[in-house]
Design a binder for this molecule. Structure first.
Ligand code: MLT
Ligand code: ZN
Length: 475
């Protein structure tokens, strides 16, 4: 069951034909796919957003290819949807107007790791997990760790400002980007930002571009900040009778002055999915926290976290990973949650709302009542340290979709009531565009539409994303 894409203006047949001829002339036929099956493979991402198959797909291998594509798109008036790994959850890489998909997965060089300046330079097709491995071989560390790190690519991480479990201590992608090379519609190549630790020259265009969901420009290179790899790690599971007890323990740990790098929460239904996937979990546990601490004092900090968790009401047990193999098994169980919960029903939608940490228990209670009120099954897991919860709605029958939409709307409103925000890491894309006005004022949305028009006056770059349907063609 799919989410319908917004109505957007489609390019004319003549414009598409002209663009195909121009793309082939400028890039050569091997980089331009126009076959129906080849194009259909680029119509979706990992969201449930229904795409319109593109008319052409460009497999860019250089910045010049990206620039040529964006020049052709502008001169022919054909929309372009940028795409890296295609693992997004809100439809950011879904071409809702057909046209051209500009794929950057072949721009995949890890160009540099500079140990003295603590900098890495990557292209958008670098797989995030491969970047981690490469810098860690050098004794360095790049923290953002979206759960899809084995397949997602830096281009998408930059576009969506991806997070992950380690965001609690280390922040999200934007906090690690020093500078960018970006290509604007029409083909202008810009460099933004810096390669230095400090640098306050001009507006922070780098920060604006990261998280702009492919609507302002196409990334061809990023300069990333690195830090030394933390010398030690300590990991534990804290089991609780129920999810509210676990959420309250999160507040107690943070109030105790501790900053674990990860504080992940799993509710009862998620634990059942983990059990169903063959991982044994204490039957008394109705919720779990996966806690990881790093740094010189990791062992003693984990001890302190364990004491606070054990003393929290509703605690059932605290289990410390004894070695790297045990730690890896815990993380393998966490990383397969999305897949394990997907098996529970024919359809699944994972939201990524965020509330102030102290209101997490209320959010969980609201999500449960929404499930009861709409009759839609729900479960929740996520980055509890950040107050970032993946409320998952599950359903089997297509006829349930209207109830699911009601449940999503209610969750968005509850999140805003609790002082939260609609997206912690998956972006707004197509899926949440209709809810933007719940969080942001008309004036703020108008200002962002104005910014979009400065970058993309004709509205050709990733149309139909972020902004509620029905505005200027540019947004
Ligand atoms: C996660 O934390 O597992 C990912 O953000 C994906 C999700 O399950 O929504
Ligand atoms: Zn997540």
């Amino acid at each position: 069951m799919v989410l319908r894409a917004p109505e957007v203006e489609l390019p004319s047949r003549a414009a598409i034909d002209r663009a195909k001829i121009e793309l082939e002339r400028r890039l050569g036929p091997s980089k331009v796919l126009t076959g129906v099956d080849a194009c259909a493979a680029y119509a979706n991402d990992e969201s449930d957003v229904e795409g319109r198959a593109p008319d052409a797909v460009v497999i860019a291998a250089t910045t010049a290819d990206v620039a040529a594509t964006l020049a052709v798109a502008e001169s022919c008036g054909v929309p372009v949807t940028p795409r890296a790994g295609g693992t997004g959850r809100t439809g950011g890489a879904v071409p809702v107007a057909g046209g051209i998909v500009l794929a950057t997965h072949a721009l995949c060089r890890l160009k540099e790791i500079d140990r003295a300046n603590l900098v890495a330079v990557v292209e958008p097709g670098v797989i995030t997990g491969e970047l981690h491995a490469a810098v860690e071989r050098e004794g360095l560390f790049y923290a953002p760790d979206p759960n899809s790190l084995e397949s997602c690519m830096m281009g998408g991480n930059l576009a969506e400002n991806a997070g992950g479990p380690r965001a609690f201590k280390y922040g999200v992608t934007r906090d690690w980007v020093l500078g960018l090379e970006v290509v604007l519609i029409g083909g202008r190549v810009l460099r933004t930002g810096k390669r230095t630790v400090k640098g306050v020259t001009g507006y922070d265009v780098t920060a604006l571009l990261v998280g702009s969901e492919g609507t302002l420009g196409v990334f061809t290179e990023a300069t990333l900040r690195l830090v030394p790899k933390p010398p030690a790690l300590a990991t534990a599971l804290a089991l609780f009778a129920d999810v509210r007890a676990a959420a309250d323990a999160v507040g107690a740990i943070v109030a105790g002055g501790l900053v674990p790098r990860c504080l992940e929460l799993l509710d009862a239904a998620t634990l059942d999915a983990v059990r169903a996937a063959g991982v044994s979990v204490d039957a008394r546990a109705g919720a779990m926290l996966l806690i990881e601490v790093d740094g010189d004092e990791a062992e003693s900090a984990l001890l302190r976290v364990g004491e606070i968790a054990s003393a929290s009401p509703g605690n059932v047990d605290v289990l410390v990973a004894q070695d790297a193999a045990q730690r890896d098994r815990l993380w393998a169980a966490r990383r397969m949650l999305s897949r394990a919960t997907r098996k529970l029903a024919r359809h699944k939608l994972s939201e990524d709302v965020v509330v102030p940490r102290t209101r997490l228990a209320e959010l969980i209670a609201r999500a449960e009542s929404i499930g009861l009120a709409t009759g839609v099954r729900q479960l929740a897991y996520g980055h509890a340290g950040d107050g970032n919860l993946h409320v998952n709605f599950l359903w089997d029958d297509d006829a349930e979709r209207p109830a699911v939409d009601r449940a999503v709307g209610m969750l968005m409103r509850a999140t805003i009531d609790l002082g939260g925000t609609l997206s912690g890491e998956h972006g707004i894309g197509v899926s949440k565009a209709q809810y933007l006005g719940l969080e942001q004022s008309e004036d703020l949305i108008a200002l962002q539409r104005d910014i979009k028009r400065v970058f993309d006056p004709s509205g050709l770059l990733n149309p139909g994303k972020i902004f509620p349907p029905g505005g200027h063609k540019a947004c």
